[in-house]
Design a protein around this ligand. Structure first.
Ligand SMILES: *Cc1c(COP(=O)(O)O)cnc(C)c1O
Length: 388
């Protein structure tokens, strides 16, 4: 049986042609496509700088490093996210803690953040960096989070892996108005794709320079940054310990082509979300709630089962739908319940809203090329799977 996936890429002839052109050119990597892709994303989002890398995970790691996260530092993120949002701090030797979610948006809650900051100030355990995650493509409440950052002295990385093409207060996510760095993912299930890939946007020249240095081994060819005059035309210096996190030109060419389709993708996702809102209105479900400041990119459409009105468990509904070929998914297993995090002393029960959400949440199939008939199928199967 053909499964309807929860998400998938949309590749057209122009995308294919863009990749073929790079394959037939001299440079498969470190050519002109990567800077052109960075420029395209930067222009779209209204940021001053953009640094393309081989994944959002790499971008999050570089962002933490550029902000000076290291041993003894503390980083906070949302428990309802992909593990990479938290792992990036561990890569730097920092420790991780979480802020419980808002029960309506499922994003990091501003009230919960403030309460935790007040407590952390007392115990001297304030975070160096906070990483709000724009779950499903809906922006976190960045203005109040930024104000708390000013008050308590933390930097902000927006994990916008779901959210390119979305807006906050009518402005594109990625403009970094209320953050130091914003990160996008270009994995095939996300809004646009480069196969694998990510990008870090910032309005700070020093942060951009640092991330550019670290994405390629910590090496520079800029004489101004060297300890002495170059030995000759071949010369470079390694001035920090970096990585090979570079994006290829093959990927960037696909990215440039996909950027031209971004608005069309988001528009279609918005239509699909509107259809789901109508088709599912009478079922025992909580449908996605949108904050008035947000225009979501609609990466995911997450429903919550009203389990007290349904004669089945969360797992039974999930299994039923999977058996019918409906590729539902759960985004996400709360990170603090992962064995690796439990072993660091994080405890189940510490973030009750996140855990409550996890026991009810389900992502329905949603991607730009999804035909209306498939959406009807998802809705009728879902209705049948929810005996009351
Ligand atoms: C997909 C995702 C990532 C990681 O992205 P990659 O490009 O696969 O490394 C990080 N955070 C969130 C919220 C994601 O959804």
């Amino acid at each position: 049986m053909n499964r309807i996936p929860y998400g998938r890429q949309s590749i057209n002839q122009a995308d294919i042609q863009a990749v073929v052109e790079v394959l037939q050119s001299d440079l498969l990597t470190q050519g002109s496509a990567v800077p052109a892709f960075e420029q395209a994303v930067s222009n779209y989002c209204g940021s001053q700088h953009a640094v393309a890398v081989n994944s959002a995970t790499s971008a999050l790691h570089l962002a933490c490093r550029a902000l000076g996260v290291g041993q003894g530092d503390i980083v906070w993120t949302s428990p309802i996210t992909f593990v990479a949002s938290a792992n990036c701090a561990l890569y730097c030797g920092a420790s991780v803690d979480f802020v419980d979610i808002d029960p309506h948006t499922y994003n990091m809650g501003v009230e919960q953040l403030e309460a935790k900051l007040i407590a952390a100030k007392q115990t001297g355990k304030l975070p160096k960096v906070v990483i709000p995650v724009h779950l499903c493509g809906q922006s976190c409440e960045m203005e109040p989070i930024y104000q708390l950052g000013q008050e308590y002295g933390f930097s902000i990385i927006e994990d916008a892996s779901h959210a390119i093409g979305g807006k906050y207060q009518g402005q594109p996510i990625g403009n970094c108005r209320y953050s130091d760095i914003t990160v996008f993912s270009f994995h095939p299930v996300k809004i646009i794709t480069t196969g694998e890939g990510g990008m870090a946007l910032t309005n700070s020249q020093p942060l951009a320079d640092k991330m550019i240095l670290l994405r390629s081994h910590g090496m520079t060819r800029d004489p101004a940054r060297m300890t002495h005059e170059p030995d000759g035309g071949w010369y470079y210096q390694q001035i920090d310990l970096g990585f090979n996190y570079r994006m290829t030109d093959i990927q960037a060419a696909l990215g440039i082509s996909q950027m031209q389709r971004l608005d069309e993708f988001v528009k279609r996702r918005y239509e699909i979300a509107g259809q789901y809102d109508q088709l599912l209105a009478d079922l025992p479900l909580t449908l996605p709630w949108q904050h008035p400041d947000s225009d979501s990119s609609w990466h995911l459409y997450v429903i919550r089962l009203k389990l007290d009105q349904i004669a089945k468990t969360h797992k039974e509904v999930f299994d039923d739908l999977r058996e019918q070929g409906i590729g539902v998914n759960v985004h996400y297993i709360p990170v603090h319940t992962q064995p690796y995090y439990q072993a660091m002393g994080l405890e189940e029960g510490s973030f009750p809203e996140a855990e409550h959400y996890y026991h009810e949440a389900m992502s329905l199939p949603m991607f730009p090329a999804m035909p209306n008939e498939q959406q009807d199928t998802v809705c009728s199967m879902l209705a049948a799977a929810l005996p009351t």
